[in-house]
Design a protein around this ligand. Sequence first.
Ligand code: SAM
Length: 324
Amino acid sequence: MIAIEDKLGRRFEKLRISLLNSCNFSCVYCVSEDFSDNSVKSQKKSGFNEQLRVDEFTSLIAAVHRLTGIKSIRLTGGEPLLYPNLIPLINQIRDIGISDIRLTTNAYYLKEMATRLFNAGLKAVNISVDAVDLDVFNKISRHSNTSRVFQGIEAAVKTGMKVKLNAVIMRGKNDSQIIPLLDYATNLGVKIRYLELMKMGHLYHAENGSFFSEKEILEKIQTKYDIEKIQREYAETANYWRTSNGGVFGIIANESTPFCHDCNRLRMDSNGYFYGCLSNAHGEKLSPYIHNDFLLTEKIKELLHLKQPVKFHGSELSMRNIGG
Ligand code: SAM
């Protein structure tokens, strides 16, 4: 394997895959008010209609693994628990020689699936939970039964897999939930990460009035707890703090504290398009090159060069397509 590296010394070490772009939730930050970006029809119109099969995913993963040595895969979406062949896919990724397999989910179906996923080799799960208050959570997710998310979280913790919680914080929508979410996570013994709202998909051209900054999140937490910063690790997406009662929380602050300088992520969507950067909507199909290492290396280099050097700008692609 040759090192495919850019001028900043960045490499692709992690691959994030959107297994499908549909989801049973329609969270306000992901789906526009008129739902126009959440219908199968609109996905078909924009060419997002060629859902990959397990063997197609695995042949692409194997080729990229061979040339870049990627060590870790995150399965996401859309909602990855809706992908019908999730367990066979996990088994086949392990057969390629990648054992660090993680998942990002809304946890709606996790109660039923947690043990099977853990037994298949899933190491860690990130669960999106935007509020403890169910009325607030239902409004954000536009779903009427978000209590199942908490059952899913607790089932995952019980298996022994690593669990982290993710909450996108929006002014006037769920900033009141910052401390309740922290207390819930701390009582459960898991880390929570707050995300600054990103200008993705329908938010790309919108006024960012709901934006709630890292600084404001910290101020809110400090009304209840003293906090101490934890040293950031290489390629971490979040900065972490420890609270005076032993909780640990992170903030993914793409706007306030971008982490582009050591970003090591490559992304693939459910149609087999690869993306080098969350801030660049240009996708590249790698399937024509998987049997030609020279051309595949050139294509991977091109994707690496698309990475922003210092700052996140957002993109017209929604997270459900590019894989959040
Ligand atoms: N359905 C799964 C879930 O809910 O976790 C996986 C896909 S979801 C797109 C992955 C992550 O992207 C979630 O943590 C979600 O909160 C985040 N996300 C989506 N759009 C976002 C935006 N505009 N700004 C910040 N985070 C966003």
